[in-house]
Design a protein. Structure first.
Length: 294
């Protein structure tokens, strides 16, 4: 399932120019907005997922006025000199933007569970819950400009390009250092059996990493590393393999179309099913079906 950012806002005085430019990557959504502002534009925003706000262009002499509560103390500043903010999930931010004529900004929303799984480590809850409002960093701003250019590119490059830039931005803001090399401990035999049995039994639905880790009372990071040390693959790949085995069984029965099999085995559509099947077996489901049902 594609990650969708969950935002609520109540704003006035803004007029979007040219529509929204949006790109989806793995657990990341990047939006680029070009907005014309009335003399007293403003409002509030709150999102269910953490996000990065990066101002790319501003026209007009006015200073921004922000508050973290409807009647809270105002912070007055020039976003152009401090264009970057990290805004935690469920953090309500009020903004008044008098005398702003135009804003261009990048919003980078990300799903904590997906990013933690991709990095094979838990994101620091303290950092995730701590706002970093209005700071400057030339390296981060350069990354943001490249991401924004990819969002508006009429002929986008390979998904790994924008995805890699966005993931680099998140890693930098979250200050994720490279972990020192160490030998990973494996799961005990009973833990591995319980984990693989659970994944096999539930492989056709979306399984959250914390579900499986919780069966053994382990953190998601510990479980993920120990599972890979025990099996040679990540938990998610084990689930994919289980889905593919089930799909092969259905293909051999010959009672359903490949589209129906893709849906039943948890793939987004037949195209997704075909890509994953070919990546793992070196051939498409259709060719495999023809070779094995001949």
């Amino acid at each position: 399932m594609t990650f969708q950012p969950r935002m609520q806002n109540k704003i006035e005085g803004f007029s979007v120019v040219g529509g929204l430019n949006r790109r989806h990557w793995n657990g990341i959504v990047a939006d680029v907005w070009d907005v014309e502002c009335a003399p007293r534009a403003g409002g509030y925003y709150v999102g269910r997922d953490p996000r990065l706000f990066i101002l790319l262009d501003k026209r007009g002499p006015g200073a921004s006025r922000t508050r973290v509560a409807p009647g809270g103390e105002e912070t007055v500043g020039d976003w152009a000199s401090r264009p970057i903010s990290f805004i935690p999930a469920d953090f309500e931010l009020w903004a008044d933007l008098p005398d702003h004529r135009f804003l261009r900004h990048l919003d980078l929303h990300f799903d904590v569970e997906t990013i933690s799984r991709r990095l094979a480590e838990d994101l620091d809850p303290e950092r995730l819950g701590t706002p970093q409002l209005f700071f400057a960093d030339t390296r981060l701003l350069s990354l943001a400009q490249l991401i924004a250019a990819e969002c508006t590119n009429p002929q986008p490059l390979h998904d790994l390009y924008g995805d890699g830039l966005s993931l680099a931005l998140i890693i930098d803001v979250m200050k994720l250092a490279k972990a020192p090399g160490r030998k990973r401990s494996k799961l005990a035999a009973w833990q591995l059996r319980r984990a693989t049995d659970f994944i096999e039994e539930n492989c056709l639905r979306s399984i959250r990493l914390e579900e499986v880790a919780g069966l053994m009372g382990l953190s998601q990071s510990h479980f993920s590393h120990a599972f890979k040390a025990s099996t040679g693959v990540a938990p998610h790949q084990w689930q994919v393999n289980a889905r593919l085995r089930h799909a092969k069984q259905l293909i051999l029965k010959g009672e359903q179309s490949l589209t129906e099999i893709a849906a039943e085995t948890g793939f987004a559509d037949q195209a997704h099913f075909t890509r994953v099947f070919r990546k793992n077996f070196g051939t498409t489901p259709a060719h495999w079906q023809k070779a094995n049902l001949a």
